[in-house]
Each structure stands twice: as C-alpha cells, then as structure tokens.
Design a protein around this ligand. Structure first.
Ligand code: NDP
Length: 287
C-alpha cells in the first residue's frame, strides 16, 4: 500500500486517538496536532507523548495562529480532522473553516477528510429543527472545501456502536438499562445496510430481551419522541439536538433509506479485508 504523510487534528479525542493508532499501525508517517490550549491537561499530554513514543510527530499549532496551521499542513499530504462534535454551533464549523483556509493557502494537500463521521449531511436537507444545525454546519464546511478546490473524502460513519448499541439506542445512555427499555419506534430501522454487520432486520428486540434480563420492553411512538424534544426546548439545546437526530435514525431510517449511487462508495467494498463484529457478538460484552 502506498504510504502517506498524515496529519491528525483532534488526535486526543474519542475518534482521533483511534485514527492516530490506525495511521501508525498502517505504517503512515503520522503527525498529530498539539494545541498549546490543552495546557496542563495531563491526560492529553500523556497521550500525545505516548503517540510520540510510538513514532508519531507532534506538531505545535493553534487554531488562533493561521501561520502555524499553514506550516503544519505543509508537512503532510493528508489531513484528517476529528475535532469535537459536542460543541454544537459554537465552534466546530468556525475551526474547520479556519483549517480549510490554511489548507487552501498551503496548496500542497492531496486529500482532506473533514470532521464528519456521522449521518451524511447532504441527505438531510429536510432535517428537523434544531438538530439540523449539525448537518447545515457540515454542509457549510463541504461548500468551503469544494470552493477552495481541495481534494476531499467525506466519511459518513453512521452511528458509532459504543454510543448507540451499548445503550440500546436510548438517548443519554451508553450502557444498557437493566429494568426497562423504551425502544424508539418499532426497533426495525437499520443502522447499516451492510449485511456483514447486520444480524437481522429486527436487530433490537431479541437482544434487548437478553441484555435487560427480560426487563420491561415498551415502544416510544414518533409523537412521544417529538413531544419529548419539545419539552426540553430552550432548556438543554444539545439534548434537544440529539433527540431530533434520534428521530431521523430510529423512525425515518435516514441511515439506510437510500441507494449510495455513483457519488459514493460503501466502505466495506473498499476494504473487504476488514472483519466486522456483528451486533449479536458486540452486545455480548454487556450481558
Ligand atoms: P471529542 O469530543 O472526543 O473531541 C475531539 C477533539 O476535538 C478534542 O480531543 C480536541 O482535540 C478537539 N477540540 C475540542 N475542542 C476544541 C477547540 N476548541 N479547539 C480545537 N480543537 C478542539 O470528539 P469526538 O471524537 O467525539 O468527535 C469527532 C467527530 O466524530 C465529530 O465530527 C463527531 O460529530 C463525530 N462523532 C460521530 C459519532 C457517531 O456515532 N457517528 C459519535 C461521536 C462523534 P485536541 O485536544 O487533541 O486538539
């Protein structure tokens, strides 16, 4: 496989640390952005040092220093951005636009992967308020990338298992509830169209029963979820955004209700050597 020089931005995050590990394992010359703003966050500093010990190069750079960003980009062929998606509306879009400006000025990049890694925002033009902000912001970043003529790959990772499977798709939970489960909808919407990952159409019900040790299983209707989202209106913006995302995934089936078409590629076809963990095996860790 051809080797690249890869810069990972947001390398100490949940996704970013896995990207750094994968890049090193694949033998790419790996650079990790080190922001002075992390200060004395000992966990992050130790993590960066452990990347260095494994062969990564740490690059001192700040989003508040355009020149330092340009210089960092000039070191590599590929930039992968994995900055946080948690701070909705506040800064992910602004930071990524700064990065796009730096990449444009550096002028050397062969490929940029912005911080997407979720639902494909180009299919969410009819998304509900207020959750649509996530998709609108990601589309604004795509527009800037394309207008700047930067070669790109957009990765739509759908739902990460750790965040969604573990909590049986219960908003706010990442461990399975033991006493009762309130499924969003009928539990039949697919989280992925890949038959290697999918156990069966109805992935939830049998496993919910096992994981909860036969606790109470109820279903939450679309109307109930919408009412729940309205209830938190104005009080917890991030929670409300999250609930509307759950609506699109669990009721509309927005992750699989389309054909990929010519503009994209199913990742499992690109990397047939990757062995997947199916849902049944994944959930065994919680039983
Ligand atoms: P994290 O919350 O773990 O944060 C990742 C990194 O973002 C941080 O470690 C930090 O990197 C960087 N960062 C945070 N704040 C700032 C800031 N103000 N300035 C500069 N950098 C900052 O992010 P995740 O790994 O959870 O998310 C990464 C991507 O993955 C997002 O696009 C998110 O939407 C997506 N995602 C998708 C999920 C899914 O189920 N599909 C689930 C979770 C995330 P550092 O300190 O190293 O510079």
């Amino acid at each position: 496989m051809e080797k690249s020089k890869v810069l990972i931005v947001g390398g100490t995050g949940y996704l970013g640390k896995r990207l750094v590990k994968a890049s090193l394992t694949e033998g790419h010359e790996t650079y990790v952005l080190h922001r002075p703003e992390i200060g004395v966050d000992i966990e992050k500093v130790q993590m960066l040092l452990s990347f260095k010990a494994q062969g990564a190069h740490l690059v001192a750079s700040s989003f508040d220093d355009h020149r330092s960003l340009v210089d960092s980009v000039k070191l590599v062929d590929v930039v992968i951005c994995a900055i946080s998606g948690v701070h909705i509306r506040s800064h992910q879009i602004l930071l990524q636009l700064k990065l796009v400006d730096a990449i444009k000025e550096a002028g050397n990049l062969k490929r940029f992967l912005p911080s997407e890694f979720g639902t494909d925002p180009s299919r969410m033009e009819n998304a509900m308020e207020p959750g649509r902000v996530t998709f609108d912001d990601k589309m604004a970043v795509r527009k800037a990338i394309q207008e700047a003529g930067i070669p790109f790959t957009y990765v739509s990772a759908n739902c990460f298992a750790g965040y969604f499977l573990g909590g049986l798709c219960q908003p706010g939970l990442i461990l399975p509830p033991r006493d009762s489960v309130n499924l969003l909808g009928d539990g039949n919407q697919k989280g992925t169209s890949d038959p290697q990952i999918l156990v069966a159409n109805n992935i939830w019900t049998p496993y919910v029963a096992k994981v909860t040790l036969l606790g109470v299983l109820t279903h939450q209707s679309e109307v109930q979820l919408r009412a729940r989202a309205m209830q938190v209106n104005g009080q917890n913006y991030a929670e409300q955004v999250g609930l509307t995302h759950y609506f699109h995934v669990c009721y509309e089936g927005c992750l699989t209700n389309f054909e990929i078409g010519d503009e994209g590629e199913e990742a499992s076809k690109l990397y047939p050597e990757v062995k997947y963990t199916n849902v049944e095996d994944y959930l065994k860790r919680y039983i």
